[in-house]
Ligand binder design. Structure first.
Ligand code: GLN
Length: 199
């Protein structure tokens, strides 16, 4: 399978490595630029986007990742990873910076403090087999998308009225929820296929 890295600075790295391996990828942690050079695609995990933003600079990965994205490397971001891929972040910290790959505005911790976490079914365009059992943990939602962004999924359950929670723009994929936590490998397979096709 394709070689897929997981940005391993912070967050639920192990869960993504396991899900990618289950989906048939050669999954590896990425902490250094040389490790980034060796992968065909990258997962940016859930965690804390302000901390991740800082560590990306500390580990010297900002420019290398920006360059790979500009060259078309597929990236999948879940939750904090979605925030890291957004062109604009609302309710972020002023100093947090992402890779700005997807023309979208996300709102951090969007679903409100009364429900830090919830679960709801989310169908994803292009993935068969029924809705995902989506787990949201202090999750962002997508508030606006650019013309080039394909909306793949919305949540209407839980505390959400009707919010965009899955998007794709070219080789960049992002979800507000955490498929790596539920043993449902379909999104990781979808991403592995995307990486294989881009290679
Ligand atoms: N609230 C976190 C952030 O702002 C994201 C939460 C998550 O990744 N589970 O980065």
């Amino acid at each position: 399978g394709p070689v897929i890295g997981v940005l391993a600075l912070q967050g639920d790295v192990r869960e993504h490595l396991a899900a990618l391996a289950g989906a048939g990828a050669d999954a590896r942690p990425v902490r250094r630029p040389t490790e980034l050079d060796a992968v065909d695609g990258l997962v940016v995990p859930g965690g804390e986007s302000t901390t991740m933003s800082r560590l990306v600079d500390v580990f010297g990965l900002r420019d290398p990742i920006d360059k790979r994205i500009a060259d078309g490397m597929p990236v999948y971001g879940s939750c904090a990873g979605m925030i890291m891929l957004a062109a604009e972040v609302l309710d972020g910290r002023p100093d947090q910076r992402g890779f700005a790959g997807i023309t979208m505005t996300v709102r951090r911790n969007a679903f409100g403090r009364q429900v830090d976490s919830f679960e709801a079914p989310v169908g994803i365009t292009g993935i068969d087999g029924g809705p995902f059992h989506a787990v949201f943990i202090r999750a962002p939602w997508v508030e606006r998308v650019g013309a080039d962004v394909e909306v793949l999924g919305r949540v209407t359950g839980g505390p959400a009225v009707d919010r965009i929670v899955a998007v794709r723009q070219g080789n960049l994929l992002a979800t507000s929820f955490h498929p790596e936590l539920t043993g449902d490998l379909r999104l990781h397979r979808y991403f592995a296929d995307l990486v294989g096709a881009a290679r």
